[in-house]
Design a protein around this ligand. Sequence first.
Ligand code: ATP
Ligand code: MG
Ligand code: MG
Ligand code: MG
Length: 557
Amino acid sequence: MRLSKYFVPTLKEVPSDATVPSHILMVRAGMVRMLSAGIYSFLPLGYKVVKKVCEIIREEMDAIGGQEFHLPALNPREIWEETGRVEAFGDILFHIKNRDYVLAPTHEEIMTFHARNVVKSYKDMPQIWYQIQTKFRNEPRPRSGVIRGRQFLMKDSYSFDTSWEALDKSYELHDKAYRKIFDKCGLKYFVVGASSGAMGGTGSEEFMVKSSAGEDTVAYCESCGYAANVEVATSKPFIRERDTESKSLYEIHTPNVKSIDELCAFLNIEEEVCAKSRVYISNGEAVLILMQGNDEVNETKLEKVLGGSVRPAHPDELKEITGADAGSIGPIGFKGKIVADFRLQDRNNLFSGANKNDYHIGGIDLKRDVPQVQYADLRIVQSGEGCPKCDKLLEVFPAIELGHIFKLGTKYSESMKAFFLDESGKEKPIIMGSYGIGVERVIACFIEQNHDTKGIVWNKTLAPFYVHLISINPKNEKVAQTCEKVYDELRQNGIEVLYDDRDASPGFKFNDADLLGMPVQVVIGEKKLKEEKAEVKIRKTDERFDVDLKELINKVK
Ligand code: ATP
Ligand code: MG
Ligand code: MG
Ligand code: MG
């Protein structure tokens, strides 16, 4: 491809709305342009990479027996009502105003629609159906370029099996295929246990890339490899001094407490104390106040202890924080993790001094002393806590979700009545799985991991072109002729070449070549031509060497 004819609008400046490296570089390298918030057009250079990623995905999906579909993005709303997901997706779902249609954010319903009445016998399974297709989600805060789009490409696949054991196999196949796909792309990733969210189902894992641009948070143990999305991460109970000066404030982490009973048992207190607990919001954190008798929370005192303003949690917040309905004793069990700060006189007496019958915790008589200063933060797992598996310290950091595999089970087949007859002629719901990869995220994550101050650093697999051929002074006839010859020869040898034949200064061309990031740069200029040589530069290492023109093809292959 000749750069003089190719539409690659590179930019010198950092676009004002971009902060994340992949976003900045994809815009600067002329790969994408924003149409509207969260909606991006792929320009020719960017789309070339999209096609490469899709081909890698296709190879591995076909290798596990996947069959490629192409489903409509425009879906009748009534199909989505069968599974209750119009409500479950809420504002994320795009609705068509003048018709009863929605724009599909994923395709469980539509694949189940096709399976129902067709996949009728145990003999018709297993099946793996996939597609690479545009999804629509009304993301509330689209940012970081194509990492979070309102319209994006997803490879989504769906498995249909007769038993849970067979589902395990389909899931396993996907797990292996995903590793191959991301390995081939050259991504550094790791796999974490995850929550199934709006998809429902019994088990799920996410493929994650560590990145400050990520909106997920992951807990990771370097020592034993335990890794989980903090949505589901746990840590071991422990106590940590919080206020070292007065030695009167401690954090009690009780991550595995999931019920009132368990909390009472852990703290060795009466249920009545918990039952009168209230949740306050302070500095953006939820704080559990343990109460007893007819005491009211002394907000002034609480503000002093917490070092900031406090207000009672709104019922909606309460539900959000605790997963419990307002009015119930919800505070217990923030997704299985509770962090508690107790103001105590004696850490050693924390449990030994507690007495179920007279409301003592750590030497404080809850009946007599100020109950208001007993409080607990409800917070998620943090760096430095105890790994639930090996007791070593956990690291917590932001990450980008590249892919997600779910064991759906029978959620969709039951609600949509996709049944089959088993070997004994008994009717059963199909056991399903669903599996997604964000195509744009693969590209953005690769750039997040492979760039320097000058631009992108592609590998051979994803690079839009392998060689960037630069002609220094194309007006010189010998240079122009040699470039044309090299350009032809490289292409005849199956090498993809981007040929900068533009009438521009060498510095301008070098900068563009580094920005676009093809793995190998071949520079042809008058000086080296005198010795029948070209200069080759390896983008990744910045290594430069002269090569005889006759040897060029073999050297760069
Ligand atoms: P996130 O947690 O980042 O919002 P998700 O869990 O909602 O993602 P899934 O429903 O699991 O996403 O979809 C499968 C894959 O689709 C994700 O792993 C991700 O790679 C990709 N994806 C999801 N939402 C977006 C988006 N808004 N823009 C680009 N890719 C996305
Ligand atoms: Mg999402
Ligand atoms: Mg997610
Ligand atoms: Mg997900």
